[in-house]
Design a protein around this ligand. Structure first.
Ligand code: KDO
Length: 335
């Protein structure tokens, strides 16, 4: 909590400098450079959508320069990098935003979002406005669209014979790699596991060497990053219908003409929609591919996971920063 406030205070001043540095006149003559950095690969549906839908739509006035596999900025540092003008774009998570604004943890909570369409309704609802505004005002980052990463499941090295995961109690003592922020670690604990922080780019090796027992990600990521080569089972916990936001420098956005701003916003929404549809198809298709690779895939006791995870959030400090009534508003937008 103290860390978040300090981090935010530093960034407010950094963002203000970045805004001053980028006037419309400065950008008018040349194409705007849009450096995008994310831990995602170049074969991830979100980055494909940005390269194939977003980039051509803005090409007249912007040069989109993607950097994959966290090659430019380490996972978790992208928001600072946008605020300080080192990059202009990223695909960020609610968990990362929660390191600055703890209330964002509500969007990172297990079993809150129900599906991809629910995420879009929540993102476009007036309930999101104060969240978006705060990120803009205090970080200098605009959240342009919501991207669908997919349903996160528990993916383990152990065979099902060695360990069958039916309830959270079965994950006791399991070293489950989760990304390295508090909101992610809390989710791992809420699942009943022993969460281990590790950057996404280290996960394959962590699984191969056994420094972790498993990881959680949607099926398309398990395939795209070849985690199936070094794991043996997937328990379909669906514990998080995961999202990312297209994060864009406010300083750069403010330097664009109104028409260009509209083009950027629409292009981000169109890319998110294209990536979402592709990811949904992959989620359906990949079960059989993974089974062919020898993984055992099964559904645990979902009611047991849901009630345990929800209880962990609601009965602890994890929900202390959620603004009054927002959970109810999110739930009301569900099916
Ligand atoms: C991960 O580190 O497990 C995660 O899935 C977290 C997401 O928020 C997102 O950053 C993603 O990694 C990367 O884009 C890699 O796909």
């Amino acid at each position: 909590m103290i860390f978040s406030i300090t981090r935010r205070a530093i960034l407010t001043s950094v963002a203000a400098v970045a805004v001053l540095a980028s006037s419309p006149a400065a950008i008018a003559q040349d194409k705007v450079t849009l450096r995008m950095s994310a831990p995602a690969t170049d074969t991830d549906q979100r980055t494909i959508a940005l390269a194939e839908v977003f980039a051509p739509a803005v090409a007249e006035f912007a040069d989109y320069q993607p950097h994959y596999n966290a090659s430019l900025v380490a996972q978790g540092s992208e928001l600072e990098a946008i605020a300080s003008g080192d990059i202009e774009m990223s695909i960020t998570s609610a968990q990362e935003l929660a390191t600055f604004f703890p209330e964002f943890s509500i969007f990172a909570t297990g079993y809150v979002h129900q599906d991809a369409a629910h995420q879009v309704r929540v993102f476009n609802d007036p309930l999101m406005e104060p969240f978006k505004q705060k990120v803009e005002d205090e970080l200098g980052v605009k959240l342009l669209a919501v991207m669908y990463l997919g349903r996160r499941h528990v993916n383990l090295r152990q065979t099902k014979e060695e360990l069958t995961v039916m309830t959270p109690a079965d994950l006791a003592g399991v070293n489950l790699r989760m990304p390295g922020t508090d909101a992610w670690q809390f989710l791992g604990k809420a699942l009943g596991a022993n969460p281990t922080p590790m950057a996404f780019t280290e996960v394959y090796t962590g699984l191969a060497t056994g420094s972790v027992d498993g990881q959680d990600n949607p099926l398309p990521t398990v395939v795209d990053s070849k985690f199936y080569e070094v794991t043996n089972q997937i328990a379909l916990t669906s514990h998080l219908v995961d999202l990312n936001y297209v994060a864009f420098s406010k300083a750069v956005f403010d330097g664009l003409t109104e028409e260009q701003q509209a083009t950027v916003s629409e292009a981000a929404v169109a890319a998110a929609e294209s990536g979402r549809q592709a990811q949904l198809v992959k989620e359906e298709e990949l079960v059989s591919f993974l089974q062919e690779q020898g993984l055992e895939i099964y559904e645990p006791d979902l009611a047991a996971f849901r009630s345990h995870v929800q209880g962990e959030y609601l009965n602890t400090d994890a929900s202390a920063d959620w603004p009054e009534g927002v959970l109810e508003q999110i739930n009301a937008l569900g099916n």
